[in-house]
Design a protein around this ligand. Structure first.
Ligand code: NAD
Length: 296
């Protein structure tokens, strides 16, 4: 099967490599040449535009930053729909606003192109290992048909409902990770101010009820003073923006998301936008004048 892959960033590159490893013919495009060059070195075929990728592929996968990118890549000039042909299908794996997913899916359906959404969780490491958790939305029969393709990148595949349900599920995930990271920072900074080593607290609580992957992953980054993304702070701000817009449109209360959003925006404003979203922990450290380092 010929697959197209658009968006060869932190996540897209390893996901595309796993499709190559699974034996698919892969046609790739990104506005930044670096990712394309890396994939071509692994056996992919470079295309000159998103339209060209679509023209050569039976299934087009997009892995882009946010809603406006997905809209322009699929619906825009020289975009995927301009390269459409009988039997072509789209899987958008980006994390975007559920409303945009519905809008783009409707525009695709109107010209006879079926679209599935499949945002992912699991980070760069999950993308490299092919163990991503997929949250799929759209036609269930389409998901069943495309499951072999998705399995090359996934550990788990969950059908969440119609178009928009996958990205709604992803927003729930992103909300919890953001608030939990802030909660870990606030609590551990209090502990450090009281003179108890972060590592001691961590070892004492990690296997209890407060234990979590966020606690393990984000606290380790703070203790090692390694905030290299990973998942960029600016992408988490993008997700929280989608959380807030979605929540407010539905009349759902969003006080915690609003609070952490402002903390993340502050950290981005002082230059941490390209670091991992764990950088929000430094917001708490700065106010308290401590760092959550390991014991010397
Ligand atoms: P990224 O910014 O590293 O990659 C996005 C890629 O899209 C870039 O290479 C960019 O050049 C390309 N792009 C942008 N506009 C384009 C266009 N018009 N045509 C072609 N290519 C274009 O982002 P990422 O970290 O790979 O994340 C991608 C998506 O996955 C985002 O929605 C993100 O929220 C989500 N996500 C990321 C992670 C993570 O840990 N990084 C984890 C889960 C989900």
């Amino acid at each position: 099967m010929r697959i197209g892959f658009i968006g060869l960033g932190v996540m897209g590159r390893p996901m595309a490599k796993n499709l190559l490893k699974a034996g698919y013919e892969l046609h790739v495009y990104d506005v930044v040449p670096k990712g394309v060059e890396e994939l071509v070195a692994c056996g992919a075929i470079a295309e000159a535009s998103n339209k060209d990728v679509a023209a050569k592929s039976e299934v087009v996968i997009t892995m882009l930053p946010n809603s406006p990118h997905v809209k322009s890549v699929i619906l825009g000039q020289n975009g995927v729909l301009e390269g459409r042909h009988d039997g072509m299908k789209i899987i958008d794996m980006s994390s975007i606003a559920p409303l945009t997913t519905k809008e783009v899916g409707k525009a695709c359906a109107e010209v006879g192109v079926p679209m599935l959404e499949s945002p992912v969780s699991g980070g760069e490491i999950g993308a490299i290992n092919g163990t991503l958790a997929l949250m799929c939305g759209g036609d269930k029969a389409l998901l069943e048909e495309l499951t072999p393709v998705l399995e090359a990148m996934a550990g788990t595949i969950t059908y969440c409902g119609g178009l928009g349900a996958g990205n709604t599920t992803k927003l729930v995930n992103q909300h919890i990770i953001a608030v939990e990271t802030a909660a870990v920072a606030e609590a551990f900074v209090m502990g450090a101010k009281a003179g108890v080593e972060p590592e001691v607290v961590y070892n004492a609580i990690k296997d209890g009820y407060a234990g979590s992957k966020v606690l393990d992953g984000k606290l380790a980054m703070a203790m090692d003073r390694n905030f290299k993304a990973g998942f960029r702070l600016d992408l988490h701000i993008k997700d929280l923006n989608n959380v807030l817009e979605t929540g407010h449109a539905l009349g759902a209360p969003m006080p915690l998301a609003s609070l952490v959003m402002d903390e993340m925006r502050y950290m981005s404003a002082i230059g941490a936008g390209s670091e991992d979203s764990a950088a929000v922990m430094r917001y708490y450290e700065r106010i308290a004048g401590v760092e959550l380092t390991r014991a010397k």
